[in-house]
Structure formats: structure tokens, C-alpha cells
Design a protein around this ligand. Structure first.
Ligand code: C5P
Length: 245
């Protein structure tokens, strides 16, 4: 299920279902990238590094006056009461998506969902299933048996059961996870590379068109846009290619 945002972007077209990962060293760079890409994309993603350095100020800076959706990728993982408190603390910045680790268990995901609902219904608690940096031997070493895709499917099901409304997963797992969680859940996929661009450290990549075709709703794309000579033009080109496909 592809969610197309109802609002029109400044470019006069519907913003593409892309979350640009603002993995910038400082707030000024992040805000500049956000200004360049927000006419073309629905969402920008703020990660741990920027948030720990600048706090809620970074969210206000990248949101600016554009009203772009914020994906706050903090991957919370602690006991339920602590995750609930942390969710309340950041929910005031009104992110559209806030990530938690599904491996924290159903009660932890549920505590985050309840805390987010108290502060405002706009924040979707988004469960991260299995980190793509972990190989199968790594997973076995931490006691997660079986193939990574099986663990991801199981963790997605558990998280949705606990109230999560979005899941982060690889484009290669989207179809299996969609059949596990149904059509209403937002599936978000990193590891997306336009054809012909450098895969950098991403091992199992999909093109934006392939990821949407597999059933993803929101594509996380960082360096192919932010490291381009003109990030605005790179975002516009990917958005236009998606509209054509
Ligand atoms: O630059 P690139 O497109 O590889 O950026 C991908 C973004 O998605 C980064 O912020 C990275 O932390 C994040 N991410 C990922 N793989 C996951 C989960 C998140 O690459 N499984």
C-alpha cells in the first residue's frame, strides 16, 4: 500500500513518499539539506547523533516553516516505564514517526504507544525489527535463532499486536511483513539506491521503484540525496522517477 501525501509540495506536485536521512555533522548542514529537499519529499529523518547533540532544537530547525513530516529515529530500547517517559519527552516535538526497538518486547512497545497517544495522536510508534548490520552468525551469538527474515517477521507481528503503526524493514522483507501485519501498517524501508548510484555500506539494496512495488510506503534515502552536488535536484529527480513508475 503506497501512501501518497494529500498536501501539495512547493514544487506544485505531491511530495514523494521519501524520508531523507539527514545524517549531517551539524545543525546548519541538516537545516540546509532539509530546506533543499522539502519541496520534493514528504519526510525528513533525524537520527541519534543530531538529536543527542542538539535536542528538540534540531527538530524545529529542520521542520522550519515547511511543515515537512519528521521521522525521529532514536531507536528507543529500555524497560517499559523508561521508554514511556522518553516517548513523552520527545513526543512534544510532534514527530510523525518515532522508532523503538521491537526487541524490547511487546510491553515496551505498548508503553511507547500509550505514551505517544497521551501526547498527540499524530506520532506513529515505529518498530525497528532486526538491524541490517547484524549477520546471521551475529544474531545466533545474541540468541536470535533462525533466519533474520523470520525474526523480522515475528518481531513485526509482535510490535503491531502491541499497537505499533509502522515498521522499519528491508525492501526484501516487505512482502512477507505485509502479509503478517495487513494493509494499514506503514512499512518503511532503508537501503534504497537509485539504479546506477553507489551502494556505499548498504549490502542488500533495492531501487526506489522496486521498494514501492514490493509494498513499501515510505523510502529512507540518505547519501544518494544528501551527498549529491545538488541535494534538491537529486531529491526532485528521484521523486519524478517515482511518479513516472
Ligand atoms: O545514506 P543511506 O541512504 O544509506 O542512509 C540510510 C539511513 O537509514 C541511515 O540514517 C541509516 O542509519 C538508516 N538505516 C539503515 N538500515 C536500517 C535502519 C536504518 O540504513 N536497517
Amino acid at each position: 500500500m503506497t501512501v501518497i501525501e494529500p498536501s501539495e509540495g512547493k514544487a506544485g506536485t505531491v511530495p514523494a513518499p521519501i524520508a531523507v536521512a539527514l545524517d549531517a555533522p551539524d545543525l546548519e548542514t541538516a537545516a540546509r539539506w532539509a530546506t533543499l529537499v522539502t519541496p520534493h519529499v514528504s519526510t525528513v529523518k533525524v537520527g541519534l547523533e543530531l538529536y543527542l547533540r542538539y535536542g528538540p532544537e534540531v527538530v524545529a530547525s529542520v521542520r522550519g516553516a515547511s511543515g515537512v513530516k519528521i521521522f525521529l529515529d532514536l531507536k528507543l530500547h529500555d524497560i517499559p516505564a523508561t521508554v514511556a517517559g522518553a516517548t513523552r519527552a520527545v513526543a512534544r516535538t510532534a514527530p510523525a514517526y518515532l522508532t523503538v526497538h521491537a526487541a524490547g518486547g511487546a510491553q515496551m512497545v505498548e508503553a511507547a504507544v500509550e505514551a505517544a497517544d497521551e501526547t498527540g495522536p499524530e506520532t506513529k510508534i515505529t518498530a525497528v525489527t532486526v538491524l541490517t548490520s547484524l549477520s546471521e552468525p551475529d544474531l545466533a551469538a545474541i540468541g536470535l535463532a533462525g533466519p533474520a527474515s523470520e525474526a523480522a517477521r515475528r518481531l513485526a507481528g509482535l510490535s503491531v499486536e502491541a499497537g505499533a503503526r509502522a515498521i522499519v524493514c528491508s525492501a526484501h522483507e516487505v512482502a512477507a511483513i505485509r502479509s503478517e501485519v495487513g494493509p494499514e501498517i506503514t512499512l518503511i524501508t532503508p537501503g534504497v539506491r537509485p539504479s546506477g548510484s553507489d551502494s556505499q555500506d548498504q549490502a542488500r539494496v533495492a531501487t526506489p521503484e522496486e521498494a514501492l512495488k514490493a509494498g513499501a510506503d515510505l523510502l529512507v534515502i540518505g547519501r544518494p540525496i544528501t551527498r549529491a552536488a545538488d541535494p534538491g535536484a537529486a531529491a526532485a529527480a528521484i521523486a519524478a522517477a517515482l511518479r513516472r513508475s
